[in-house]
Ligand binder design. Structure first.
Ligand code: NAD
Ligand code: DAU
Length: 339
């Protein structure tokens, strides 16, 4: 079998490539990635020279280049992780989110139609459901929850989901969609909450918590997400959406305090900063469907996953030091100076 993974030089895509190559050593894995600020070839160094792995530096919005890859490779499965994924960046510059997340998705599906595939899988997000109130812990996102987005990022992901369902109905493309909650783990780009807080704490720098830190996210260890996608592409029903999440809701401030404790750093590093515009209050996934239909359950408890993640950042300083020494610094100054 041949799997084409877009966005495989990013956080979840790379973890998915490692998962697939370990679990299916006979499979061929093709990575297509534009290598934006969030994509890092060094992440893939352990698989780069394997005979059953190939990397294409390709933009999914470049139709001709995408078709060329399909012409050469003829993949069986296409798993589309490639996206602009950071909500804060989408508030600053929405355009590129529309290009990659919407147009890129349609071009990937056009290639699938043209060359024929077994399955196209769209990696979506729980953010397409908008947010839930903080005072209604009884409410969860199900696959039936209406799409109701808040940010340019989530709107672009929702638009892509609608296109995926349209390609299924109109052209009979064999698709599935997964909508996962917040991931954490190795190779998480240092602009996102957990790695940013680990790295700032290690440097004894202020930890910028938005608003009062009471927003809730539903955290899942990245390997659990990869296993869920593996199940969906092979056993999930065509034309279906599957929510992925492990009932692990946490307030941002509590996560930040756990990180500080893990690193033996003082809570005085916490600094409350101006809130994100349109900041979603709470995400909480109901994973009943994927559990009942595919038997999926998360394996990693948050306390263990966070410990492993902190250790990973301690043991892989070169990986993130290379990142934060470049363009990242300009972004950081722009977003956080005098915030
Ligand atoms: P990421 O930002 O770490 O990685 C994105 C990757 O896509 C990068 O390697 C980047 O170079 C590549 N890319 C961006 N634009 C591209 C283009 N035009 N052509 C080809 N490649 C391009 O993102 P992530 O956190 O790994 O998220 C992966 C997917 O999972 C996204 O679709 C995101 O919406 C979804 N998702 C993420 C989370 C999360 O918590 N991080 C949760 C649920 C869903
Ligand atoms: O829910 C899934 C989504 O999770 C994915 O679709 C997105 O691609 C992914 O980036 C993530 O989005 P969030 O906006 O939830 O993640 P982020 O790490 O940016 O922020 C998590 C929470 O922490 C959020 O409530 C904002 C807050 N935050 C974030 C940063 C970067 C802070 O308080 N301070 C910060 O400096």
């Amino acid at each position: 079998m041949k799997y084409l993974v877009t966005g495989g030089a990013g956080f979840i895509g790379s973890n998915f490539i490692f998962h697939m190559m370990k679990k299916y050593p006979e499979a061929e894995v093709i990575c297509v990635d534009k290598l934006t600020y969030a994509g890092n070839l060094s992440t893939l160094k352990d698989v780069m020279d394997k005979p059953n792995f190939r990397f294409y530096k390709t933009d999914i919005t470049d139709r001709e280049a995408v078709y060329e890859v399909f012409e050469k490779e003829h993949p069986d499965y296409v798993i589309n992780f490639a996206a602009e994924s950071h909500v804060d960046r989408s508030i600053e510059t929405p355009d590129i989110f529309l290009q990659t997340n919407i147009i890129g998705t349609s071009i990937m599906m056009d290639a699938c139609r043209k060359y024929g595939i077994t399955r196209y899988h769209q990696v979506s997000t729980d953010e397409v459901y908008g947010d839930l109130p903080l005072d209604r812990p009884d409410l969860f996102f199900t696959e039936e929850t209406p799409i109701h987005t808040s940010s340019p990022y989530s709107s672009s992901k929702a638009a892509a989901d609608l296109l995926v369902m349209a390609y299924h109905r109109t052209y009979g493309l064999p698709v599935t969609i997964s909508r996962c909650s917040n991931n954490y783990g190795p190779y998480h780009f240092p602009e996102k909450l957990i790695p940013l807080m680990i790295i700032n704490a290690l440097h004894d720098k202020a930890l910028p918590v938005y608003g009062e830190g009471i927003n809730v996210r539903d955290w899942l260890y990245v390997e659990d997400h990869c296993e869920a996608i593996d199940l969906i592409i092979h056993k999930g029903r065509v034309g279906e959406v599957y929510n992925i999440g492990g009932h692990n809701e946490m307030r941002n401030i509590d996560i930040v305090k756990m990180i500080l404790k893990e690193l033996g750093k003082p809570e005085s590093l916490i600094t409350y900063v101006t809130d994100r515009k349109g900041h979603d209050l709470r995400y909480a996934i109901d994973p009943t469907k994927i559990h009942n239909e595919l038997g999926w359950l998360p394996k990693t408890k948050f306390a263990d996953g966070l410990k492993k993640t902190v250790e990973w950042y301690l043991n892989n300083q070169e990986w993130w030091e290379n990142i934060i020494s470049g363009e990242y610094q300009d972004y950081y100054d722009k977003m956080y100076t005098n915030r």
